[in-house]
Design a protein around this ligand. Structure first.
Ligand code: GLN
Length: 298
């Protein structure tokens, strides 16, 4: 059933991608014509060159004025920097895959990136309320979220996995759904791990879901014997298991999902611009090279 939903989501993203194609085409045409402008300006005298440059930047500003951002000239990204390797702290700075992709999008749009770290639970409302321009937090596209925000094309895939202690009697996902099962499952509040287990396990009377603000706190609860397992995305799961002895990730996966960027439904121009920039970065291999920098293939 989850696979079916995932398939549906993928199909929807494909339709979205197709319907967005003209937008990215027109933006690359705009780039071409501005490049042509630039090269013809180079052949003219200095004065003309200056006025061509002025025209060029006017043209850029015109493009930029098609969309508005929370702060002029700034792309504000709402995230939850508890999700390595997508977003996490290195010293005082938030870094990771999402931050680097957002940075590349900001450059394409002529904006400066600003990262706002907040609870995962607040990311969508920050975007909805216009406090942030984009929400990027290893965020899965779900039907519920699609009612609240727009999503770009997907730029990465996530898998919900199950972390247990090495001596756990839970050996596969099926154990969580077995008749008479009664496990306590740790999740990060409002993530898909929370949504799925709440629906599939708690509502079905097969166990209890304990919700933590940070994935790392859920993992601590597992170490301390307060929960029997943690359902969380595979990449942070790997980082948490590496950092904590005595834990392992079960081989059976819970569900596969698509990560995308959330943009307000009230800012369609920004959604189009961010989506077009992302699609260009996917097409030219930038997104893959950023992902490869952080995630080494097994
Ligand atoms: N992919 C999960 C979700 O979208 C978890 C994201 C996160 O914890 N940052 O709910």
């Amino acid at each position: 059933m989850r696979k079916w939903i995932a398939f549906l989501m993928t199909a929807m993203m494909m339709i979205a991608a197709v319907s967005c194609a003209p937008a990215s085409e027109s933006s690359s045409q705009a780039e071409e014509s501005s490049a042509a402008q630039e090269s013809s300006a180079a052949e003219e005298s200095q004065v003309e060159e200056d006025s061509a440059a002025a025209e060029n930047s006017a043209a850029e500003n015109e493009g930029a004025s098609e969309f508005t951002t929370a702060t002029e000239g700034v792309l504000t990204m709402a995230t939850n920097a508890e999700f390595p390797p997508y977003e996490y702290y290195e010293g005082d700075t938030v870094t990771g895959i999402d931050v680097e992709i957002a940075q590349a999008i900001a450059v394409k749009l002529g904006l400066t990136l600003q990262v706002e770290d907040m609870e995962f639970d607040s990311v969508i409302s920050a975007v909805q309320g216009g406090k942030a321009d984009i929400g990027m937090a290893g965020m899965t596209v779900t039907e519920e979220r699609l009612e609240e925000v727009n999503f770009t094309e997907s730029y990465a895939t996530g898998v919900q996995v199950i972390i247990v202690t090495e001596d756990s009697d839970i050996t596969s996902a099926d154990d969580l759904f077995a008749e008479g099962a009664n496990h306590t499952i740790g999740v990060q509040l409002a993530t898909t791990g929370d949504l799925y287990t709440t629906e599939d396990i708690e509502a079905a009377g097969l166990g209890t879901v304990d919700r933590y603000n940070k994935g790392a706190d859920a993992v601590m609860a597992l170490k301390n014997g307060k929960v029997d397992c943690v359902v969380i995305d595979n990449e942070p799961a790997k980082a948490f298991v590496e950092a904590n002895e005595g834990l392992k990730i079960l081989e059976t996966e819970y569900v596969t999902e698509d990560y995308a960027i959330a943009v307000s439904k009230d800012n369609e121009a920004l959604h189009t611009a961010v989506d077009a920039a992302l699609q260009e970065l996917i097409a030219d291999g930038t997104v893959q090279s950023i992902i490869d920098k952080y995630i080494t293939a097994e």
